[in-house]
Design a protein around this ligand. Sequence first.
Ligand code: ADP
Length: 396
Amino acid sequence: MSGQGESGAILTLNAGSSSIKLAIFDVAADGALKAWRRGELREDGAGQRFRLKDAQGGLLADEIWAETRFEASLDHLLARIDTELAGRHLAGIGHRVVHGGAGHRMPEEVTPELLELLGDLAELAPLHVPHNLAPIREIARTRPGIRQVVCFDTAFHRTMPAVATRFALPREFERRGIRRYGFHGLSYEYVSRRLAMLSPRVHGGRVIAAHLGNGASMCALKGGESLDTTMGFTALDGLVMGTRCGALDPGALLHLMRWEGLSIDDTERLLYTRAGLLGLSGISNDMRVLLESTEPAAAEAVDVFVHRIVREAGALASVLGGLDGFVFTAGIGENAPEIRERVCERLGWLGVRLDRAANADGAPVISTPDSGVEVRVIATDEEAMIAEHVRDLPIA
Ligand code: ADP
């Protein structure tokens, strides 16, 4: 196996409920990382669709695999990665694990004991963690010599103070792990590091980062560290998302179950897969579709999406005691100038002044020079963050 800083390749795997995203990074002798393959395996009809791109985004493969069993498709995927590596040395594999609970706050090397502990955590995120762990187990079983590292999406928020992590419940529940953890940590960590390079003054100050993708959340960063965030115990809380509801009065849940007769499973499906932009619009979970639609319900869904961002931004700015920077990232944050404009216009009271032309052009800085808040668009790269952790974690 490779030593720290040794040249070779690092594979990252981000296994979700219906897809596995992968990237292969070259580690140069000086430690520099360069992604030279990015790909995805996604459920498609009866089989799996595999797409692979080179460093410039050129399509290298677009195949439908007949496998329906996860183990078989994973086997196929690993064999395909071996072909891509073409004899190159694999220094390690990094995985995103959505929930690390209270006890796992840093990237860790996978051991049989750790896998067992993480299996117990699955109940904190039953829709995510089992999917995250499946490839780790499979690789440990079939390729035991390969170094594997897990990176937790909750870990970046370890700096949140207790006032931000506590629910107002009897304290025994906190001891049992019922508290706010926060998610999208790898994305925020990446954005924070990029901001440190691009704008050290702003990075050292008070910043809101908005990760607006299919999943959406915002994070209050002080000196580059997480102070508070909109997601809580699970990735359901906070903003309106593609199919997830975001913040919901817990009394509404009680009502749904007591008076509407929803079972726990029905309620889970409703909140995770039938709500959010999809539920509000009745049309789509996809922001592009909604922005192009002429249906009033599409516009109303976008209105609620923006309203919640603005409301939460006010709350996070209060927690920070002011605002020096605002960063948009992820699919919507990086690609939807209309959403950025609507958010920025509503945050004028905080000192945000939008440069409309820069915003429309997708410039890296979209605020005017006299804006009290520097507004940036930073493309997130969770895969690069995972690869950095694999590179930097000392070998156990
Ligand atoms: P995931 O959480 O699945 O990684 P992404 O970060 O890829 O999600 O974000 C997906 C969202 O980004 C979708 O709602 C999609 O419509 C939106 N999006 C992507 N490109 C654009 C665009 N050009 N305009 C508006 N929305 C976009």
